[in-house]
Design a protein around this ligand. Structure first.
Ligand code: SF4
Length: 104
């Protein structure tokens, strides 16, 4: 391997490795549960369709029906099932989840 090829190999390996580390770290994070203190305060549900819309009126109606983590500005997708949310820092939320912090 010549010097240029080795440099490119090392760069590619470093970038790929850091990507894997981020992915592994994200998957190692705890999943938010509905009995979590912040989750209770924010009305978080792992399944947005189960939210009590009489209590959490923001989620009511046709516009509310479209609200879930994947449509929230704060959602940072990890994979098809989970993502990160700054309201639940250090934990994963369900892609199909919802909380009263939902932002268009
Ligand atoms: S703020 Fe948005 S991404 Fe975070 S839990 Fe609530 S709905 Fe989901």
């Amino acid at each position: 391997m010549n010097k240029l090829n080795r440099r490119n190999f090392l760069k590619t390996t470093a970038v790929a490795g850091s990507g894997l580390l981020i992915a592994r770290f994200s998957h190692a994070q705890e999943i938010v549960t509905e009995d979590d203190g912040t989750a209770v305060a924010m009305g978080y549900a792992a399944d947005h369709s189960t939210v009590d819309t009489a209590k959490w009126t923001k989620k009511a109606g046709p516009d509310g029906a479209k609200q879930q983590c994947t449509t929230c500005t704060l959602y940072q997708k990890i994979d098809d099932e989970y993502g990160l949310c700054p309201i639940f820092a250090g934990k994963r939320v369900h892609a199909s989840g919802w909380c009263n912090g939902w932002v268009a």
